[in-house]
Design a binder for this molecule. Structure first.
Ligand code: NAI
Length: 344
């Protein structure tokens, strides 16, 4: 099947296949839309089953970045690179330098950063062969881990959601179930605890749960039980697709608002959440804090301008909730519509 026929092609501006025999690099760089500016999105490294699976992932992820970047009001479009390979065994400095050369050849139409399977240290090698990279470690002139900015955006986003759905001024006294206590989830848990929320947490890494229990008085449940928890808010901060036909009937929350990418297994799950009276904060709107920070780093904007823009995610979400109510549609559909009006 040609790339143009793939279901996820969706009018991508360019898809570039890159290979480098010497380092074993095989990568696909997808540029979805550059109306707002150069395409920005991370480089993911994953042991894809085959090149079609890799292309499909690149297409989906780059399109997602267009929507996310547009909704965050950033002067960038959407793109993504996927490197086909096992991040535990196939990495080398030379591989990332080769990726950098390929990105450099695109002349700035695509700007990369770290993603799943890659790190700020890997981006340092990319930086040796191209300047079109952001998300570098602090000691290398970057601004370090974007996760705290993502966590702040999710925290203020939860605030906007409970205001809209429950008429609550803050999360004080509310129960929040946090699924996944990694870079984002743990920092989110800290902010929720400091604001007076009661936490119920789950992570496949038991150590993360213990730390949250000790630091924030969180109640620990098993990863399987977290969707059943009786809490006002469910915050998915682990992997994607946690909202699916199996978990949906089990949810007891009134709000779903978390950091994970691609929370809806399929688009219609957004409609079903609405029917169930659950307010869903669209993932790519609420989790844009990290890209806001990385984008500011790339364009050399003052670091102290970032916080205000991350906090503005609350206003963007409130706008999405209002528009969805007015149109009588799912918040996920209202967000898509609003995003398209900003880049189409
Ligand atoms: P991470 O890898 O640091 O944390 C994920 C955590 O989820 C880990 O502690 C892992 O043990 C846990 N986990 C995995 N499967 C689980 C399960 N079935 N049940 C419960 N816990 C489980 O990742 P990070 O950076 O915290 O990101 C979390 C999510 O947010 C991901 O979906 C990521 O794509 C998304 N995201 C992250 C951003 C960032 O700035 N780090 C930006 C935007 C989105």
């Amino acid at each position: 099947m040609s790339l143009f026929e793939l279901p996820d092609f969706d009018a991508h501006e360019a898809v570039v296949h890159v290979s480098d025999a010497k380092t074993g690099l095989k990568a696909i760089i997808a540029i979805h839309n550059t109306r707002r500016g150069p395409a920005m999105g991370g480089s993911r490294m994953w042991a894809y089953a085959d090149s079609t699976a890799a292309a499909t992932d690149a297409l989906r992820l780059s399109r997602g970045m267009t929507y996310k970047n547009a909704m965050a009001g950033l002067p960038i479009g959407g793109g993504k690179a996927v490197i086909i390979g096992d991040a535990r065994t196939a990495k080398s400095p030379e591989l990332f330098r080769a990726l950098g050369r390929a990105i450099d050849g695109l002349g700035g139409r695509y700007i990369t950063a770290e993603d799943v399977g890659t790190s700020p240290e890997d981006m340092q090698f990319v930086r040796e062969t191209t300047r079109y990279v952001a998300g570098l470690a602090g000691e290398l002139g970057g601004r370090g881990d974007p996760s705290p900015a993502t966590a702040l955006g999710v925290f203020v986003g939860i605030g906007a959601a409970v205001r809209h759905r429950l008429g609550a001024d803050s999360v004080k006294g509310l129960r929040v179930a946090v699924q996944g206590l990694g870079h984002v989830g743990f920092d989110l848990a800290r902010q929720l605890h400091e604001a007076g929320a009661q936490l119920i947490v789950a992570d496949i890494d038991r150590g993360n749960c213990q730390r949250a229990a000790e630091a924030f008085g969180a109640i620990i449940v098993s990863p399987d039980e977290i969707v059943d928890v009786d809490a006002e808010v469910f915050a998915p901060c682990a992997l994607g697709a946690s909202l699916n036909p199996q978990t949906l009937p089990r949810l007891k929350c009134q709000v779903v608002a978390g950091a994970a990418n691609n929370q809806l297994a399929t688009d219609d799950i957004g409609d079903r959440l609405r029917e169930a009276g659950i307010l869903y904060a669209p993932d790519y709107v609420i989790n844009a804090g990290g890209i806001i920070k990385v984008c500011a780093e790339y364009f050399g904007e003052p670091a102290d301008s970032v916080e205000g823009r991350v906090r503005a995610i609350a206003d963007t979400l409130s706008d999405v909730f209002r528009k969805a109510d007015e149109a009588g549609v799912a918040t996920s559909r209202a967000a898509d519509e609003l995003a398209r009006s900003k880049f189409a």
